[in-house]
Unconditional design. Structure first.
Length: 585
């Protein structure tokens, strides 16, 4: 049995599923009991109130939709392209005319797509004798529609214009010259079919229907044919009588009729419901309510038990397994005998841990052995040419009898060879690595003091304790001397600088030699970018690979053309990844 902390029980999936089930079922049970005690007395009244609320909501939604369309309509009137088409069409070239018409068509299509109630939207431009429509594009000037809309708007009708069995919205762009007809008139034709579909959504009860009429009965729209017959009977029987609810008799049947009117729109929406639907016997309601409550309670208990057994317990096992893995325990295994989804997850979980242990062990050993082998390879590459030149310098100093320089040089030479040949730690502080590189540079300055200048900046204090692999800077400086500066006929210059950003630190080594071409630099970049186990391990490749293995992607050597015209090598160390601060600097 699993032990669950009491304070965390509310956060379990089991508790949430049970609560969700109760939230869905209990309100239905309580609503059924409430309706049982209430429906006998107030069924008709409640249905009437609900219908009125629904009709009011429908008219409010329709009103908001009309307001939105009016905003779009008047926004379109402000378009500069429309003004240009209506006023300066003759002064526009063909390209500008085509672009303006195309832009206007796109605007019309966009407005039409913004509302389901729009059947089409027209722009009648009298000055160019064209009618532009979202559905039909550019056509000849529709004088009939234009005059009908202009007359209706001039007569001061309501916001909605009734014409052709549907509703329209209109707005016009006045001509700047007094007494002239509008320069452009925008007409939005509402879709009667869509309005009918919206009315049918109000028919939520069996036998119910609805229709939409204006005050003068100039516009009438019913949800279906039966609603149309009742609508005509209603209009002839009521004849403007007031009242939101009434009882209407037709063909021997009585209907409860509810009406809601919208003053801004000048429209009324009417819904009717047969009386027998309202007064349908409710004798069996008690039995079904009790059965429903008992069945719901049994369902909640069964659902809770099955959820706990088949979902919560197996899921808790998986969560406990992951928590142990997070704590570093890779030996955890989850047993499961059922051949279900959790069994599949447990098997894959166990296989994942076995494979993870194997990969971690292999990867760790492989990286460790590789780094040690590459470091030994780099340490063994003592340049005989450098050793010969060092003895030559000692010989020259001995001949001149300069014992102080001999002592200084031999001390530096001893420190140099001690650092590269020691077999202790594979990693050192960056301050120690830079000290060794500076030592090598001082030795070379004794040899090339007249031919090669050196600028070796001070290492910033915040970079001193960065932990780095040994021998990553001095080989780069040695490469600059050997392949560039020693062969330069005029004065050489070596510069070592440092840079630190938020996420990386860089040591930059650059010279003014011109022995390397741009093609060779690009080839070197490509070799460093595509380094793998099978490539030849030169000095730079060795250093680049050890840095990448230690600090991850983004680290390594990045060669480029220096501002000094020679080779520039940036040794980049990504911070916040594999580096650890030194404790023995």
């Amino acid at each position: 049995m699993f032990r669950i902390p009491v304070h965390s029980l509310r956060n379990t999936i089991l508790a949430r599923l049970v609560i969700m089930h109760l939230v869905v079922v209990l309100p239905i049970i309580l609503l059924g009991i409430y309706l049982y005690n209430w429906s006998y007395r107030n069924a008709g009244e409640e249905i009437s109130r609900n219908t009125l609320a629904q009709l009011s909501s429908y008219l409010q939604d329709l009103h908001r939709e009309i307001e939105w369309l009016e905003i779009q309509q008047f926004d379109l009137l402000q378009e500069s392209r429309l003004h240009k088409i209506a006023v300066v069409w003759e002064k526009m070239d063909n390209v500008e005319r085509r672009e303006s018409i195309q832009y206007l068509l796109q605007r019309l299509t966009s407005i039409r797509g913004s509302s389901a109630y729009i059947k089409d939207i027209y722009v009648h431009v009298r000055s160019i004798e064209r009618t532009i429509s979202a559905e039909n594009g550019v056509s000849a000037f529709d004088r009939e529609r234009y005059e009908a809309m202009r007359s209706a708007m001039h007569a001061g009708e309501s916001r909605l214009i009734k014409s052709g069995g549907t509703l329209h919205l209109g707005a016009y762009l006045p001509d700047a010259r007094a007494g002239r007809e509008p320069g452009a008139l925008i007409q939005i034709e509402l879709d009667a079919a869509r309005l009918g579909e919206s009315l049918r959504q109000l028919n939520v009860y069996p036998g119910s229907g609805s229709f939409l009429v204006d005050d003068g009965a100039a516009f009438m729209l019913a949800s279906d044919e039966r609603s149309e017959r009742i609508m005509r009977h209603y209009l002839s029987a009521v004849k403007g009588e007031a009242g939101n609810s009434l009882l209407l008799e037709m063909d021997g049947r009585k209907y409860h009729v509810d009406k809601v009117r919208s003053d801004p729109l000048g429209l009324s929406v009417v819904a009717f419901l047969p009386e027998e639907t309202v007064r349908r016997p409710l004798s069996k309601f008690t039995m079904w309510a009790v059965l429903f409550a008992v069945a719901s309670l049994i369902a909640v208990i069964a659902y809770s038990l099955s959820t706990y057994r088949f979902v919560h317990r197996p899921l808790l096992l998986l969560v406990q397994g992951f928590r142990k893995v997070e704590g570093g325990d890779l030996d955890v295994r989850i047993p499961h005998r059922r051949n279900d989804e959790f069994g599949y997850l447990y098997i894959r979980f166990n296989q994942m841990l076995v494979k993870l242990q194997t990969l971690i062990e292999q990867d760790y050993k492989q990286k460790l052995m590789m780094q040690r082998a590459e470091l030994k390879q780099l340490q063994s590459q003592i340049n005989p040419h450098f050793l010969y030149n060092s003895f030559f310098i000692v010989n020259s100093l001995a001949r001149t009898g300069d014992t102080e320089q001999i002592e200084l040089f031999t001390n530096m030479l001893g420190e140099y060879f001690r650092f590269i040949t020691r077999n202790g730690a594979d990693y050192v502080c960056l301050s120690e690595e830079i000290r060794h590189a500076r030592m090598y540079t001082e030795i070379q300055k004794l040899r090339f003091s007249r031919r090669i200048r050196v600028q070796f900046d001070e290492l910033p204090r915040e970079m001193e304790r960065i932990r780095v692999p040994r021998l990553i800077v001095q080989p780069i400086i040695e490469n600059a001397y050997e392949h560039s500066l020693e062969k330069k006929p005029d004065e050489g210059f070596l510069r070592v600088t440092f840079e630190q950003a938020a996420d990386y630190a860089e040591i930059v080594v650059e010279d003014n030699g011109n022995a390397i071409s741009d093609e060779e630099i690009e080839a070197l970049k490509e070799r460093l970018a595509n380094i793998n186990d099978s490539c030849e391990m030169t000095g730079m490749m060795n250093i680049h690979r050890r840095i990448v293995l230690t600090y991850g992607e983004g680290s390594g050597l990045f060669p480029s053309r220096s501002e000094l015209n020679g080779l520039k090598v940036a040794i980049r160390i990504m911070l916040g990844g594999g580096e650890r601060p030194c404790t023995d600097c």
